[in-house]
Structure formats: structure tokens, C-alpha cells
Design a protein around this ligand. Structure first.
Ligand code: PLP
Length: 348
């Protein structure tokens, strides 16, 4: 029997993993300031969090050049994705997106009656914006773009996406899932808050789950037109779904630029190490702007996955157009060394 066999009960075996590289989490944890704020928050756990979410929204609004009423907090960005899925699926219609993208919103929308039209990617695994634009028909209710994309790790040129939004958003709402945007230095990030402040029907979804390490604490937010947020609030409790502990930790983490810079730099270092190791082994790695790497493998996904998990190395696999891929999250340098050593054993 295999000590890491995941087949019976994947969750029971999770703590035994030597390298937990399947969920794009932050391997370094939350900042010291966030921990202190969490503890402090326990003293006011009896109070509703009006002031705290107002404070966090003010900080975000300043950075993004939007108004506080154009922001809705949520317990992770998943909640925003689910609310949008429920709303846009209502009464049928189509959600337009790309193949090879994050499908939580899409699956949920499909469950509630939407059709999903997924356009092939460009050869370099990016959203094909001209092809998506050309596929807009009267039944399309929303366009879902993930930028940078999961699982490919790619980003579309900012000017191209901005032009796309200006052209498309007056007709069809454009939802941009920016879960991985924090892996860019603030100066290098697309500034799509300005599209919202100009009045365009663009919905941005962001999360604290990645650079801030809040995957378990649950914090995210949407930036959109106040009317759109009002509509989405029919499908989620929004601000009030977030606990005061998470909010106070979020305020501390948001202001802790040093910790974010540290996490970004460590991620870039471990990502470069892993990319080089895989490239040296003759594997073609899709250039990543995120905390995970996607690359084609030369064996079936189930066999690969079993052998990696069998060594205590958690990864994800995907099949796209008959081609198996491995998606490995960027962990610590130690975890990536374990991954590379385990990968070598599997592929010989
Ligand atoms: N969007 C994308 C593209 C993701 O990859 C994820 C999680 O991995 C999420 C949204 C949801 O994250 P959370 O609900 O933790 O904010």
C-alpha cells in the first residue's frame, strides 16, 4: 500500500504531502502583521464589521482610482464568481470565454441554465481576444476573461484587453478575473479600475488568497458599477459575508508591502528554478506570470498524477485536446526541489 494513496480519501492524506503544489496557495503563509491583526480582532468579534470593510474599501479605492461604492468585499473571489454565474445564467443565454481557463464560474453558470461558448486559445496559450470578439452574438450575456489565466499562467497584452473592453463592454459585460494579478509589481499591473471609473460595464474580481496567503481566511472583492454590485448582492451576502477577523487581517496585509514584495520575489525565484529544471529535462514550459506553471507531459494524466502523489507530491493534471499537461504550483524552494527530484523519477 502507498502511504500517500489519495484514491480513498484525498483530504485525510493531505497533511502527509511533502510538497503541496496543487492549489496555487502561498507557501509562505500570512504576514506577521496580519497575524497580529487577527489576534487583535478577536477582542471585537462581537461587533459587526461596518467600519472595517469601509476602511479596506477606502484603501483599495485609492489604489485603483475607483469609488468605495464600486467595491464589494467577499469571502474569497469565488463568491463573486458564483454570484455572477447565478445572475448571468438566469433565463439562459451564453457566457463567452476561452478554452483552458478556470471553470468554477462556467460550471456553475451551466448548472443554472447558461450555455458556455469557449473559443480556442492562441498558439501561445493566451485568450484570443479578436476571436472572442468575433464570436459575440445577441445571446451572449457576459464575457469571462481570466488574466493572468489559470491554468496556463499567461497574460494578454494590457493595451489589447483595454481596447477589447472599450469596444465590447458597452454591449456585453466583461468579467475579468484577476486572481493572479498581484504577482506583477504594482507598477506593471493592468489598471482596469479606470475602465470601471469611466462607467464601463467591466467587473473585476480580485482575491487575497494568493500573494496575501488568505486562501483559508477567505477574502476577495469585486470592482464594478454600483448597479452591477447591487444586482450581484441579490446572489451573495457580499461585504457582510466576511468576518471581522479576516477583514482586520486583510487591512494589515494590504498595507504590508514588504511582505507582498517578499512573497512575489520568492515566488519568482522558485518559479525560475522550476522552469529551468524542466526546460533542462527537455520539457516545454508555458511562460508563467503567476504562482503556478503549466507544461505538456508525455504520459497519461492518471498515471502521472498517481506516481507524483505516490511520492507525496501534490500536483494537478489536465487534458486539453488530447494533450496531457501538469500544472504545478510554485511552492518554497525546498518543495520545488522535491518536485523536480520526484518528476525525474517518474519520467525516467
Ligand atoms: N479565480 C481564479 C482564476 C482562481 O484560480 C481561483 C483560485 O484558485 C479563484 C478565482 C478563487 O479563489 P478564492 O475564492 O480563493 O479567492
Amino acid at each position: 500500500t502507498n502511504e500517500f494513496a489519495f484514491a480513498d480519501d484525498p483530504f485525510a492524506n493531505m497533511p502527509k504531502l511533502r510538497a503541496r503544489l496543487f492549489a496555487n496557495e502561498n507557501p509562505l503563509g500570512i504576514s506577521k502583521n496580519a497575524k497580529e491583526a487577527l489576534i487583535k480582532a478577536t477582542e471585537i468579534g462581537n461587533r459587526y464589521a461596518w467600519m472595517e470593510f469601509a476602511e479596506l474599501k477606502k484603501l483599495i479605492a485609492t489604489d485603483d482610482g475607483v469609488k468605495a461604492e464600486q467595491i464589494m468585499m467577499s469571502p474569497g473571489s469565488s463568491d463573486v464568481l458564483m454570484a455572477a454565474a447565478d445572475y448571468f445564467a438566469k433565463g439562459g443565454g451564453t457566457i463567452l470565454t476561452s478554452v483552458m481557463t478556470y471553470d468554477d464560474l462556467l460550471q456553475r453558470a451551466e448548472k443554472f441554465g447558461a450555455k458556455i461558448k469557449a473559443i480556442p486559445m492562441t498558439k501561445d496559450f493566451k485568450f484570443d481576444l479578436p476571436a472572442i470578439k468575433a464570436a459575440i452574438t445577441p445571446d451572449v450575456k457576459m464575457v469571462y476573461i481570466v488574466n493572468p489565466n489559470n491554468p496556463t499562467g499567461t497574460i494578454v497584452p494590457t493595451a489589447e484587453l483595454e481596447a477589447f473592453c472599450r469596444e465590447v463592454a458597452p454591449k456585453v459585460p466583461v468579467f475579468i478575473d484577476e486572481a493572479y494579478i498581484d504577482f506583477f509589481e504594482p507598477a506593471d499591473r493592468p489598471k482596469f479600475g479606470k475602465l470601471v471609473s469611466e462607467g464601463l460595464n467591466v467587473i473585476l474580481a480580485r482575491t487575497f488568497s494568493k500573494i496575501h496567503g488568505f486562501a483559508g481566511l477567505r477574502l476577495g472583492y469585486a470592482i464594478a458599477q454600483p448597479n452591477m454590485l447591487k444586482t450581484l448582492r441579490d446572489y451573495t451576502n457580499g461585504d457582510f459575508a466576511v468576518s471581522i477577523t479576516t477583514l482586520m487581517a486583510g487591512i494589515a496585509s494590504y498595507q504590508d508591502k514588504e511582505w507582498q514584495n517578499h512573497c512575489r520575489a520568492e515566488n519568482a525565484k522558485a518559479r525560475a528554478y522550476t522552469t529551468k529544471a524542466l526546460t533542462d529535462l527537455g520539457y516545454e514550459v508555458i511562460p508563467s506570470s503567476t504562482n503556478f506553471i503549466l507544461f505538456p507531459i508525455r504520459m497519461k494524466t492518471a498515471a502521472f498524477s498517481n506516481q507524483m502523489f505516490g511520492q507525496g507530491i501534490g500536483i494537478q493534471t489536465r487534458d486539453f485536446g488530447g494533450q496531457p499537461f501538469c500544472r504545478v504550483s510554485v511552492g518554497t524552494m525546498d518543495e520545488m526541489a522535491i518536485f523536480v527530484e520526484g518528476f525525474k523519477k517518474v519520467v525516467g
